[in-house]
Design a protein around this ligand. Structure first.
Ligand code: DP6
Length: 360
């Protein structure tokens, strides 16, 4: 097995002499969404995170992408993008920017006309970020094409290159090419850790975590008021920046212990601390901003009250938005299901929520 930590970006540069440019091909891939436990918040050029992150990969919430290629002559990129059956110019712009960025590592991009069809299993306006699953699915397709052209990748190299390319589309996307618990970043205590691609977290995981579920409360649908890109940029001059970056690394190591010994109380406390920590960074940015809505706060208080009464290991986390992800083991699925239906669904937009699981 290749020593992951020795792989440098240059090793993702293809050997063009090995390739045969076929006339046309079609590939399809899917990639799930992921939810971070330790949040990636702050980055350097290009898509290099300022701290490590750790995430769970979901099962049902995913993006399915089909890429057709047709040989062309001349320079430049030719791309047509269909989202849920309709041509989509906004996605095309994002993909062209992505192609510009990854071109040195995937030089056949200019030799083909690309027709990309993509769709999500979750509602488009649901407020679930589709950039992670979207860029991961597209990166997996491109690596698949590279293999059709002659690249000789081991299964491990295939995953690493997909993660490396996906990162250049959207940071959190690099974690979506793996199942289970995924780590991205550099921490001297974690073997194989690096900032250029994610790896399966090299942690021992107690069986209870393999039964975890994620119920996503769709509290606010539609576009975010402040994009993640803008949020990452505000970390550059953030007054709590240095301590936050240290804290994230400390939390990674705390999670390593928690996953090993199955301490659900400690898990609940740390997951919520990270989630509220992320939003406190937003509230103390310059300018400050809020992405939680009134109903997010009402729901958090209900969850805390419910936990006081039942002592069940149910916790919440948040991404850069108002929606809450409820994490809990399967053993309390029935009780939590009732609680969600009765108390939390009324706080959701059209009472909508998504019941998902962590995919191992
Ligand atoms: C709060 O991956 O969406 O979800 O790299 O600019 O595309 P870009 O940012 P993005 O940021 C995700 C931030 C987060 C935390 C996380 O998923 O780790």
């Amino acid at each position: 097995m290749e020593e992951i930590s020795t792989i440098r970006s240059a090793e993702f540069l293809p050997d063009l002499a090995e390739y045969t440019l076929i006339q046309s091909a079609k590939v399809s891939q899917e990639a799930p969404s992921n939810i971070a436990l330790v949040k990636y918040w702050g980055k350097k050029e290009i898509q290099i995170p300022t701290n490590s992150s750790l995430s769970f990969t979901l099962t049902k919430a995913k993006t399915k992408t089909e890429v057709g290629i047709e040989k062309k002559s001349g320079e430049g990129f030719e791309v047509v993008v269909y989202f849920e059956g309709n041509q989509n110019e906004k996605f095309k712009e994002k993909i062209l920017k992505f192609f510009e960025r990854i071109h040195p590592f995937v030089p056949f991009l200019q030799s083909y006309r690309f027709e990309i069809h993509t769709e999500n299993t979750f509602p488009h306006s649901s407020g679930i970020a589709s950039s992670a699953s979207g860029f991961a699915a597209l990166a997996l397709c491109l690596v698949e094409i590279e293999i059709l052209l002659g690249a000789d990748f081991s299964p491990q190299k295939k995953q690493l290159k997909s993660s490396f390319l996906a990162r250049l589309g959207s940071g959190s996307a690099c974690r979506s090419v793996y199942k289970g618990l995924v780590y991205w970043g550099e921490n001297p205590n974690i073997k194989g850790s690096n900032k250029r691609f994610a790896i399966e977290a090299p942690f021992e995981v107690a069986p209870v975590f393999k039964t975890f579920r994620d119920t996503i409360l769709l509290i606010e649908e539609g576009q975010k008021k402040v994009s993640s890109t803008a949020g990452h940029a505000l970390m550059e001059n953030h007054p709590y920046r240095d301590r936050r970056f240290e804290l994230a690394e400390e939390n990674i190591l705390k999670f390593q212990e928690i996953f090993k010994n199955g301490d659900l109380k400690a898990f609940v406390a740390l997951v919520e601390q990270e989630a509220l920590g992320l939003h406190s960074l937003m509230m103390t940015s310059s300018p400050p901003y809020l992405l939680m809505s009134t109903n997010t706060l009402v729901a958090i208080n209900l969850i805390w009250e419910y936990r006081r009464q039942t002592d069940l290991p149910l916790c919440f986390t948040l991404d850069a938005g108002a929606n809450l992800h409820l994490l809990y083991p399967e053993s309390c699925q029935e009780e939590v299901g009732e609680f969600v239906k009765e108390m939390l669904a009324p706080l959701c937009s059209d009472k909508k929520y998504i019941e998902d699981t962590i995919c191992w």
